[in-house]
Design a protein around this ligand. Structure first.
Ligand code: PAN
Ligand code: ZN
Length: 203
């Protein structure tokens, strides 16, 4: 099968390579470096220093060959590297689906979180291997690696959903996921909390 199949797609199976999160057959591979995450971390100076200091890969998205077109169900595997930027766990950009449609995530490896925000309410789902996180229509979503290993998950979403990244820049995500300086635990803080100043303890 070619790198991006043309609808109608014929039935086919995908082999998942658990060690390095490959798909066979495989479609597009997206690499998001720190420089791609401008305006997303609370501490813009720390973000700029990380960009200047090697611009590390924060996450990759490996897609199956199923294209993002209506009625198809594209899938992708996201791998978020472990890391902190001024105490904030490394994460995906986060987005809304312009065509409000649901999505499912399945945790594959590592320990992460699925942050959901509908513009008023924020929810946090703990994600680990075997956990299915459900994203209802209308909820912006961002994934966060809260562990010390790469966090990997499968996403399955309607091909017509689309991806709006500007929504998150405009509205935020309701909460930020930080590592508490004293305990090292996950600390979910309100989105507007200035960098470096946050309550401690479990959410
Ligand atoms: C996922 C995400 C993927 C990367 O496949 O697109 O985890 O996150 P960002 O798109 O926010 O950079 C998904 O939710 N698709 O709809
Ligand atoms: Zn999505």
């Amino acid at each position: 099968m070619s790198i991006s199949a043309t609808p109608p797609i014929q039935p086919f199976a995908i082999t998942f390579g658990a060690d390095n999160a490959t798909l066979e057959p495989q479609g597009q591979v997206l690499t998001r470096r720190m420089s791609d995450l401008e305006g997303l971390f609370a501490d813009a100076d720390a973000w700029a220093r990380a960009v200047a200091d090697g611009d590390p890969v924060v996450y990759t998205v490996v897609s199956s060959p199923v294209p993002e077109v209506p009625r198809e169900l594209p899938q992708s595997i996201t791998t978020i590297q472990p890391g902190l930027t001024a105490g904030e766990f490394w994460m995906t950009k986060g987005h809304q689906h312009p065509d409000p449609q649901g999505e499912i995530y399945l945790g594959l490896a590592g320990h992460g979180g699925l942050l959901l925000f509908d513009g008023e309410r924020a929810e946090w789902l703990d994600m680990s291997p075997g956990v299915i996180g459900y994203i209802p229509p209308g909820w912006a979503h961002r994934s966060v690696n809260v562990g010390d290993e790469p966090y990997k998950f499968l996403a399955v979403y309607p091909g017509s959903a689309g991806h709006d990244y500007g929504w998150v820049l405009e509205h935020g995500m309701g909460l930020r996921a930080r590592r508490a300086a004293d305990s090292g635990d996950l600390d979910l803080v309100p989105f507007g909390t200035p960098a470096g100043r946050h309550r401690t303890g479990k959410p």
